[in-house]
Design a protein around this ligand. Structure first.
Ligand code: TPP
Length: 372
């Protein structure tokens, strides 16, 4: 009889050489999470989909990540699991505390929890159900399946597994008393350059640096300007460019530039929250702001009149930020490797063809180029 099944889980993760855990709490795993963060590098998430990007980036950089979340979080990840992990062949074991099915008193858990196996089945996402402690070895097989077969694998763990565990839950931390002050003035002028001009400047300064290119027209423009094996072109999973960039930057020493967009950053500002808590020196987010969803026909976004992305980045704790309007200003900021470069551009799309390489080729040649 295992006294503390949580310890067994940590042992399974360690035996599988898991070196990054991206987590978001569930009450049922409150004794597991501190054990995880005590023995594996842990990235606390603010939304699960963001974790899919960070873990994917970490994998591209040579790490072996896992996500540990509540099962409801799968609902926040499903597009990314399909359009990123399944499409590119990127492994991701997901340990999900399975709510809604076992001694569940919260009504809001019932609908999704009960239907989750059918949802995963319909989506073609591999999953393993662990109903009791003596089935925990199934977790080991599921993790191996994810890495051997380059796919996500969800492990639905019933709360029954943790029942009457002898593991302790630590005391909570209190808020850190502090003063927040912001001395910030920013001027957004009439844009002079287009996204294409900005990407040209970036392509001109990279040496053996990495570029993660946002989905849609930005990726196509980069492909046309300068295709290279160290370019990772996103084809889906809108919102995850900077999350992927963060994951790669945390895994590797090399510099990582992310071409992101205003629409995408506003879809997943959680990426900025995560970046702000690490501020890796080897990451530059090039936030190309055309105040529009450019790739889908230039529908306006809130950056046109309401939100200043540089201010948002600062509010999220990103240390180095700058706003640029010209190619020269952009070049200077890129050479300084500023953490967040807010590039003001016109809503203009170059006429580019589809990227003629498959998602799996994009991934394979990228990983080969960084010598993994
Ligand atoms: C979840 C999701 N919603 C919507 C889309 C459609 N879509 C693809 S690219 C894009 C616009 C992205 O805008 P932005 O990040 O500002 O970049 P831009 O194209 O302007 O450079 C949209 C809405 C999508 N692919 N995925």
């Amino acid at each position: 009889m295992i006294e503390c099944p949580e310890e067994k889980v940590v042992e399974i993760l360690k035996n599988n050489r898991i070196d990054i855990a991206a987590t978001l709490p569930c009450d049922r795993i409150k004794a597991l999470l501190p054990l995880i963060s005590g023995s594996i590098d842990t990235i606390p998430l603010t939304r699960e989909e963001n974790g899919v990007g960070i873990c994917g980036g970490a994998y591209l950089g040579g790490k072996r990540p896992v996500m540990i979340i509540q099962s409801t979080g799968i609902g926040n990840m499903i597009n990314a699991l399909l359009s990123f992990n399944q499409t590119y062949g990127i492994p991701l074991p997901v340990l999900a505390s399975w709510r809604g099915v076992y001694k569940e008193s919260i009504e809001a858990q019932w609908e999704f929890g009960k239907k989750l196996p059918s949802i995963l089945d319909a989506a073609g996402i591999k999953f393993t159900i662990i109903k009791k402690r003596d089935e925990l070895d199934g977790m080991d097989l599921a993790i191996k399946d994810a890495f051997d077969n380059l796919r996500p694998h969800v492990i639905l763990v019933s709360p029954a597994v943790w029942e009457s565990s002898s593991c302790n839950v630590p005391e909570p931390l209190e808020i850190t008393p502090r003063i927040s002050e912001l001395d910030f003035k920013s001027v957004i002028r009439k844009p002079k350059i287009a996204r294409y001009d900005a990407i040209k400047v970036l392509a001109g300064v990279v040496d053996d640096d990495i570029i993660i290119a946002n989905l849609g027209i930005p990726a196509k423009e980069l492909y046309e300007i300068k295709d290279r094996e160290l370019n990772f072109y996103m084809l889906g999973s809108m919102g995850l460019a900077s999350s992927i960039g963060l994951g790669v930057a945390l895994a590797l020493k090399r510099h990582v530039y992310v071409i992101d967009g205003d629409g995408s950053l506003l879809m997943n500002p959680n990426a900025l929250v995560a970046i702000g808590s690490y501020n890796p020196e080897n990451l530059t987010v090039v936030a190309i702001d055309n105040a529009a969803y450019g790739s889908t026909g230039n529908q306006e976004t809130a950056t046109g009149s309401q939100i200043d992305l540089e201010l948002l980045a600062k509010a999220c704790g990103i240390a180095g930020t700058v706003k640029v309007h010209t190619q020269d200003e952009l070049k200077e900021a890129l050479l300084k490797k500023t953490g967040f470069i807010h590039v003001i551009v016109k809503p203009v799309n170059a006429k580019c063809k589809e990227i003629p390489i498959s998602a799996r080729e994009i991934k394979q040649r990228f990983m080969k180029a960084i010598c993994l």
